[in-house]
Design a protein around this ligand. Structure first.
Ligand code: ADP
Length: 540
């Protein structure tokens, strides 16, 4: 028996019109370096219509890919809304990809138009001649004359293109399963792989972001969107914001602790999201330059494990709760969020909050061992996490890397355990696990334990070859400015906090942990620095 319900399509064209009309006055504030330039959802709606007309005039008539090479700003938000709403596909190009990878993804996606921030022209111009399918480049916030176009490519000014266009657009009916946006994985191994989000997946994901068991985004929020819009759809915040009328503060190119602190002081956001390295940097900055940030009702941290010491510091020193979440480009990206069950209090609640979180109803999860057998959710048994759901990728664009999928599940490459009540704790990435004498050592546990030391700014743990045990952990430590600590003291500090056989005997002090394009610890580079003998290692 079929239902009698309407089969109305979940399209971003409707989301755009809805936000622009029913949340017309919600604000979009883009940081200028000393203040903000302001727009509203109503204005974003009108300018999105103008952008859609402009793109039509450049030959975007169907599902052509329109790339963006941009920071977090109003114009990028207009691209986020207009491009999918007109039936084309938004392709957010990661400005920090290696040049050859950038060229690879633009060619692989067959981008027809690329919209570029003026400040990024020098970076983009070098790769443009190799982007074979790009016919038009549109320069936002900058001078198009400063971009020398190769033959066959026309350069336009964003503002000039938009200025003469009508402020309404006849948005098409769109099949909710068609592609709305695409994002390539950062490609730490092999070529980047394309994930294609649908109108439906983005819509459902946005609803979940606003729900009480995850980020609780609402029209009472002013969300500081630090996660780059060129990475994992900025964790879905732009679309979720449009759905509920949450105002947005967009930092443009700012990712440094000092300027972020200035934005916090000037704009008093209620909510923010970023990877742990950003929060860790901000914490150090605030400790040296105290400032009231209690206007933040909550901040979400994900992308890598949130060190518990950092979560405590924000809550206890700055009155800002830190919400830990897990996800990946392939999961839109929200996969799980660490809100404790209502009945948990005190230390028990904290134990829940340290985890990578509980799965929402739409994310199915299972753990699988090396032989492909499912392992129980008993909070102890470890396996590779596999997930399934309406906003989880079922394949990569063009069928790349089919081994990442089986039986309709996505193999995440993350290794961990799940409690009977559905809280995930990741112990590692499959490629980062350390196997010592046949036993797994969790690099994440060790990192968290070391980072709990007050003199430690950052710590990353990798496995290094060992004659007796095959592999042993090596801890790379960055000491906080003005502080001192020795490897002996840190080893002593860990005693009693981690199992004795896990106590690392290899330590190195570095000025900085190498980071990936999105600010996560780059363990691949750390491992090769060690292999090349570039690290000065203290061995016990
Ligand atoms: P990349 O693989 O380039 O880092 P993603 O941003 O898609 O690109 O990264 C997803 C991965 O990040 C996950 O598979 C997981 O390994 C890691 N990750 C994300 N959130 C967390 C978290 N809260 N704790 C630990 N690891 C996390």
């Amino acid at each position: 028996m079929l239902s009698t319900m309407q089969d109305d399509q979940l399209s971003l064209a409707h989301l755009l019109q809805y936000g622009a009309r029913l949340h017309a006055n919600a604000e979009v504030a883009t940081w200028t370096g000393s203040g903000t330039r302001k727009s509203t959802f109503a204005q974003v709606g009108k300018r999105s219509a103008q952008l859609a007309h402009a793109l039509r005039s450049l030959g975007v008539t169907g599902d052509q890919r329109v790339g963006t090479f941009m920071w977090n700003n109003t114009e990028h938000l207009e691209c986020y809304m207009a491009i999918p709403a007109m039936g084309a596909v938004l392709h957010t190009l990661n400005i920090r990809l290696f040049p050859e990878q950038l060229v690879y993804v633009a060619n692989h996606a067959e981008d027809h138009v690329v919209i570029v921030d003026g400040s990024l022209i020098p970076l983009f111009a070098k790769q443009l001649p190799e982007m074979r399918t790009v016919k038009h480049v549109v320069v936002a916030n900058g001078d198009p004359a400063s971009l020398e176009a190769p033959s066959g490519v026309t350069v336009h000014s964003y503002e000039e293109l938009l200025s003469s266009q009508p402020e309404t657009f006849d948005w098409p009916e769109i099949d909710e399963r068609s592609a709305a946006a695409m994002c390539y994985t950062s490609g730490t191994t092999g070529d980047p792989k394309g994930v294609l989000y649908s109108h439906r997946s983005i819509w459902l994901h946005s609803m979940q972001i606003c729900m009480s068991n995850t980020m609780r985004l609402s029209d009472e929020d002013r969300a500081l969107v630090i996660v780059p819009m060129f990475h994992a759809m900025s964790w879905g915040m732009p679309y979720a914001g449009f759905m509920v009328g949450a105002s947005m503060v967009l930092p443009d190119p700012v990712l440094q602790p000092g300027p972020i602190a200035e934005i916090l002081a000037a704009e008093k956001p209620t909510f923010a999201g970023a990877v742990p390295t950003i929060w860790q940097g901000l914490l150090q900055h605030l400790d040296a330059n105290p400032q009231d940030i209690s206007h933040l009702r909550e901040v979400v941290v994900g992308g890598s494990a949130a060190p518990p010491a950092m979560m405590h510091a924000f809550e206890e020193r700055y009155n800002v709760p830190v919400l830990h979440a897990w996800g990946m480009t392939e999961t839109s990206p929200m996969g799980s969020v660490a809100r404790p069950p209502a009945e948990a209090t005190g230390k028990e609640a904290w134990e829940y909050r340290y985890t990578q979180g509980r799965f929402p109803a739409t994310v199915k999860a299972r753990l699988v061992d090396d032989d492909g057998n499912e392992v129980p959710w008993d909070g102890e048994s470890v396996g590779e996490l596999e997930v399934k759901g309406p906003w989880i990728a079922g394949s990569y664009y063009g069928g790349a890397d089919p081994d990442k999928f089986h039986d309709g599940w996505l193999r995440t490459g993350d290794v961990g355990k799940i409690t009977p009540d559905g809280y995930l704790t990741l112990t590692d990435r499959a490629k980062d696990v350390i196997k010592s004498g046949g036993e797994w050592v969790s690099s994440v546990d060790l990192e968290n334990a070391v980072m709990a030391h007050p003199a430690v700014a950052e710590a990353a743990v990798i496995g290094v070859p060992d004659q007796k045990w095959d592999e042993r952990p090596l801890v790379a430590v960055v000491v906080r400015e003005g502080q001192q600590v020795t490897a002996e003291e840190l080893r002593e500090f860990l005693t009693g906090k981690v199992a004795k056989w896990q106590l690392p005997e290899n330590w190195t002090f570095v000025d900085e942990i190498p980071k990936t394009s999105v600010g996560k610890f780059d363990k691949k580079r750390l491992r090769s620095a060690h292999a090349d003998g570039k690290l000065d290692v203290t061995h016990f």
